[in-house]
Write a protein that binds this ligand. Structure first.
Ligand SMILES: [Zn+2]
Ligand SMILES: [Zn+2]
Length: 392
């Protein structure tokens, strides 16, 4: 039976007032976000949910549908309160899979704590031959790719450690394009990220040898890119880029069904893999030894921070609350995902002004930035608009 095409996937109709370079160009590049039907979250959600429902993933469909409807209620021993929105964390969810989503921001913030200190942040991309990159590689194979990429940057670049993350889609729409991204800390380079061509050649050769032996191929060479960042803003941008969602709702929906099933089958798999001295078991000791506060950015993030900004005690999880049951009359909205009581709100505002606990909001490293200054005293009604944005 032929299904009627869903509105989300329908090609844009002719519009003589706009000079469309090509209908195959992602429409996002042509229209402003407000006019772009592909950026309509509600429509995206409807399309994703209906596909999941029709393909035997009703449990996931309801997770996507209820994403963001509940909040974790957190309270410190002195009664100061915070409500943090809960998410489904599925990459094909229009909210969680969007760039700048809370999930993206959380991943990037944690990564900044582990990587931003590095005098030089190296960035390498290891690619696969086209047919392999578009195939359904097993979780074990993906893990092997990450392990090998980490090994190569440690061996050939002398990296202390770093993070691997696989991206499943490139710029081209409609097929998978699996490649490994590696961010790694370089020390003892006197702050210089440039490396000899011989090193790049050796790293590429090592990757080619691995690809040939692992996949039983006879490739002459493989495509390998290296770049680096030495300033705070550039390092933060690389982190934000590498830790972006692996596939968003739009790229997911334009994939053939068999690729969609593959992506859905990867849920629960840990894509981000830390290695070397920055691996999960060693990074705290390693960074503490260098005098680096390994939770600074997380503590500076109002949503993630476990510390009450009023009294310094720890927030504890109390219960989960539906959004309609939020005691909105005694809360202030900090951003789309975080509400706090008036005392916490004022403490955060004071801290921000004095460059204290929330000074991260004023950093210029491409992460959080303040919107126009919110009022210092809470109004009697209506929560204020979101105050932080991840998008720059
Ligand atoms: Zn979600
Ligand atoms: Zn407190």
């Amino acid at each position: 039976m032929t299904r009627p095409s869903l509105p989300f996937l329908a090609p844009p109709g002719p519009d003589n007032s706009v000079d469309l370079p090509s209908l195959s160009t992602p429409i996002a590049q042509v229209f402003s976000p407000e006019l772009n039907p592909h950026n309509d979250r509600a429509l995206q959600q409807k399309t994703v949910v209906s596909w999941l429902d029709d393909n035997g993933y009703s449990d996931l469909a309801s997770k996507v549908l209820s994403c963001g409807t509940n909040y974790a209620y957190l309270r410190c021993p002195n009664g100061h309160e915070k409500y943090a929105k809960l998410h489904c964390k599925l990459e094909f969810c229009p909210d969680c899979g969007a760039r700048g989503s809370r999930i993206h921001k959380t991943r990037a913030t944690r990564a900044r704590d582990r990587l931003l200190w590095a005098p030089v942040l190296g960035y390498a991309v290891f690619t696969l031959p086209g047919d392999l990159a578009a195939s359904h590689l097993s979780k074990d194979t993906l893990k092997r790719l990450e392990q090998e990429a980490g090994k190569i940057v440690m061996t050939h670049f002398g990296a202390a450690g770093g993070s691997n993350r696989i991206h499943f889609a490139g710029d081209a729409l409609g097929h998978l394009q699996i490649h490994v991204n590696v961010l790694f800390a370089l020390e003892n380079t006197n702050g210089i990220g440039k490396v000899d061509k011989a090193i790049l050649d050796a790293a590429r050769d090592a990757w080619t040898v691995f690809v040939n032996s692992h996949f039983n191929r006879t490739e002459k060479t493989t495509v390998f890119h290296y770049s680096f960042a030495t300033t705070g803003p550039k390092k933060a941008n690389k982190i934000k880029y590498v830790f972006r969602p692996i596939i968003d709702a739009f790229k997911f929906m334009v994939l053939p069904d068999e690729d969609k099933h593959y992506i859905v089958g990867l849920r629960g798999w840990h894509n981000t893999r830390w290695f070397g001295k920055l691996s999960n078991s060693t990074y705290k000791k390693y960074l503490t030894g260098k005098g680096i506060e390994y939770q600074k950015h997380q503590n500076d993030d109002a949503y993630l921070s476990k510390i009450c900004p009023v009294c310094g005690e720890k927030f504890r999880y109390i219960e989960t609350v539906h959004k309609y049951d939020l005691p909105i009359y005694r809360l202030r909205r900090l951003d789309n995902d975080t509400l706090v009581d008036f005392e916490v709100f004022n403490a955060l505002q004071t801290g921000k002004k004095s460059g204290g606990i929330f000074s991260a909001a004023n950093e210029t490293e491409g992460g959080l930035r303040p919107c126009s200054a919110p009022p210092q005293t809470p109004p009697k009604s209506a929560p204020v608009a979101p105050c932080f944005s991840f998008m720059s």
